[in-house]
Design a protein around this ligand. Structure first.
Ligand code: G3H
Ligand code: ZN
Length: 284
């Protein structure tokens, strides 16, 4: 199977009341764990790759691994550029073979975010590539970028309506109070804002910072129009904890397979939990 269709599966999620999980990849073990979990749970899944992960893995290695995974997989697999910072990265990703992209121009003033996003959408749609964009600024740490609370802004429904109308973007990551990385205190999602943005835009919405949000809040957000949820930190954490545990218990260990293998199993178990939480089990 080649890569699945980003908008087909997000629309399926919206229609049926579940969210497609975007699980970020960091190395080969992540990809293997995600695909095994998705196949066992019969779930469509999006492999998300950020600029930092692509610099670490190598763009061509990352695409080759994801393509092999998608071809061998019996469930739909998409490869999505996560938080593409500029046109240059979008072009690199498209040329390398990504099936969809995110342009994140949320650091720019609204007018400039609209202009850059529209440029990316026009280019991508001419190539049948679908686009996610970000409006408002999501707080927390993603890759090497930290947005502290003073820099974060929530998405305004009236801006979202204008943004979607002018850019024709396919999915919107609207900042509604979720955060990348670890939460300081209990996450406070603004559900009224989410409903208003959903009404104002009518397109699938994306919840970033999916690690650490209480399960009930995730379910409520999905009920209000979240059709894709992004998860990275929870998997990084269980992988590293397992590797650390194995190495501490076996200080003489030197074969990487003996600690990466258990790390991979820990990711797989976490991904299965997330697929259940997003309601994407048995959708294929
Ligand atoms: O774009 C990636 C995500 O928003 C991941 O967030 O690391 O907090 O799960 P997370
Ligand atoms: Zn994100």
């Amino acid at each position: 199977m080649r890569f699945g269709s980003f908008s087909y599966w997000l629309k399926d999620g919206l229609d049926k009341g579940y969210a497609v999980a975007q699980i970020n990849i960091n190395n080969l073990e992540f990809v293997q764990a995600i695909i095994e979990a998705a196949e066992e749970e019969r779930a469509p899944v999006i492999l998300g790759a950020s600029e930092g992960a692509l610099k670490y893995m190598g763009l061509d290695y990352a695409v080759a691994i994801a393509q092999t995974a998608a071809e061998r997989s019996s469930v739909p697999v998409m490869l999505h550029l996560d938080h593409g910072p500029n046109l240059d990265w979008v072009l690199k990703a498209i040329r390398a073979g990504f099936s969809s992209v995110m342009i994140d121009a949320s650091r720019l003033p609204l007018e400039e975010n609209i202009a850059l996003t529209k440029q990316v959408v026009d280019l991508c749609h001419s190539l049948d590539i679908e686009v996610e964009a970000e409006l408002g600024r999501i707080t927390g740490t993603d890759d090497d970028l930290t947005i502290d609370e003073r820099m974060a802004t929530l998405c305004r429904p009236e801006d979202a309506e204008r943004f979607v109308g002018e850019t024709h973007v396919d999915a919107l990551a609207a900042a509604i109070g979720s955060a990348h990385g670890h939460y300081k205190g209990k996450p406070q999602l603004d559900f009224n804002r989410l409903s208003a943005i959903r009404k104002a835009t009518g397109i699938p919405l994306v919840l970033h910072g999916g690690s650490g949000i209480p399960d009930d809040d995730v379910r409520e957000a999905i009920g209000l129009g979240i059709a894709k949820m992004n998860i990275n930190t929870d998997n990084q954490e269980v992988f590293t904890e397992k590797v650390r545990e194995v190495l501490q218990e076996n200080p003489k260990l030197y074969d990487p397979r003996k600690y990466l293998g258990p790390g991979r199993e820990a990711i797989k178990a976490m991904v299965k939990k997330k697929l259940a939480l997003t309601g994407s089990v048995n959708r294929v």
